[in-house]
Design a protein around this ligand. Structure first.
Ligand code: IPM
Ligand code: MG
Length: 369
């Protein structure tokens, strides 16, 4: 039976549209060859939305996002919007959709593909076989904390400030997910904070510890965020699942990306609560940004976005076989020596975005015969 899944595609800015069009091709291939079809609608976000509507995300698009099964997002931002007021900056659109859909859990897996070991700046034995998950809290912390702003003191001193703030409920829901993910993985959870400096860090640690009794089979450890960044480049394979706050997760996931060779390889899933209809709000996006320097040149790596779509199949649609198939196709393409510029090494074939996307589809074809 053909199941129809509703997808909202928000391609965004820079390389977003180019990499996303490769995903749309994958959905079309699936509709032809697999037992699923997709009802794909498109919307604007980021600078593209600002240019059209004067804001980085419209209420209509938020409403559309609430009605679909999953959102696929490309990237937002670019230098042409540098002068725009903060509330209308492209990034504000991304932050708003995360908040409006209450996508509190951001899953950023960092997997080192054997074929790409050379592309990492780290030594092969440090990263070979790497498979870790960074679970980033996405709707709280200093990204959204109030008060925030700039003001002027009576003596004329100007200052800027943000607030790092977490409620017990916010910590509990992300920590529980971390424990559950560790249970399904290698049984180890590292909670990352700055409890040596921050009150909110002490509180974070207290809540995480209080939940451990419900997951006695998980080995829980705590690490300060600065040490974690260092350990991640020193010996990343010591980690299994890392759970951390919004800001530390932002930093650590960029570090994790480079372990795998390129930001151009890292997918992500942002998940919310399950609603009354049994559907979990979800948005999938590559971890890389809009890469304005190479935008529109058919040079960008579409694999992180294609892998994000595989995560969509896995987490939103429970289509494990299809998710595995796409991941295997990506792996085969890399094994065949195809490389976009960001993962290029000697002796490999440098290909365009479109050729990389087509190669994934032809691998899918081959595997499904
Ligand atoms: C990310 C990005 C965003 C963030 C930016 C674009 C707002 O860096 O998704 O990691 O800081 O969360
Ligand atoms: Mg980031």
């Amino acid at each position: 039976m053909l199941a129809n899944k509703k997808l909202l595609v928000l391609a965004g800015d820079g390389i977003g549209p180019e990499v996303m069009s490769q995903v749309v091709n994958v959905t079309e291939w699936m509709a032809k060859k697999r037992t699923v079809s997709f009802d794909v609608s498109q919307g604007l976000i980021g600078g593209a939305c600002y240019d059209a509507h004067g804001c980085a995300l419209t209420d209509e698009t938020v409403a559309d996002a609430m009605c679909v099964d999953a959102v696929m997002l490309g990237a937002v931002g670019g230098p042409q919007w540098d002068g725009v007021a903060r509330e209308n900056r492209p990034e504000a659109g991304l932050l708003r959709i995360r908040k409006e859909l209450d996508l509190y859990a951001n899953l950023r897996p960092a997997i080192a593909f054997d074929a790409l070991l050379d592309a990492s700046t780290l030594k092969t034995d440090i990263i070979k076989g790497l498979n870790i998950m960074i679970l980033r809290e996405l709707t709280g912390g200093v990204y959204f904390g109030e008060p925030r702003g700039t003001d002027v003191l009576p003596d004329g001193t100007r200052r800027g400030f943000d607030t790092q703030i977490y409620t017990d409920g916010e910590i509990e829901r992300i920590a529980r997910l971390g424990f559950e993910m560790a249970q399904k993985s290698r049984g180890r959870l590292t909670s990352v904070d700055k409890a040596n400096v921050m009150e909110s860090g002490v509180f974070w640690r207290e809540i995480v510890n209080s939940l451990h009794k419900d997951y006695a089979d998980v080995e829980l450890s705590h690490m300060y965020a600065d040490n974690c960044a260092m350990q991640m480049v020193r010996d990343p394979k010591q980690f299994d699942v890392i759970v951390t706050d919004n800001l530390f997760g932002d930093l650590l996931s960029d570090v994790a990306a480079m372990l795998t060779g390129s930001l151009g390889m890292l997918p992500s899933a942002s998940l919310g609560e399950v609603d009354e209809s049994g559907r979990r709000r979800a948005l999938y996006e590559p971890v890389h940004g809009s890469a304005p320097d190479i935008a529109g040149q058919d040079m960008a790596n579409p694999l992180a976005t294609i892998l994000s779509f595989a995560m969509c199949l896995r987490y939103s649609f429970d289509m494990m076989d299809d998710a595995n198939l796409i991941e295997q196709a990506v792996q085969n393409v890399l094994n065949n020596g195809l490389r976009t510029g960001d993962i290029m090494s000697k002796g490999m074939d440098k290909v365009s975005t479109a050729v990389m996307g087509e190669a994934v589809i032809s691998e899918l074809e081959k595997m499904t015969g």
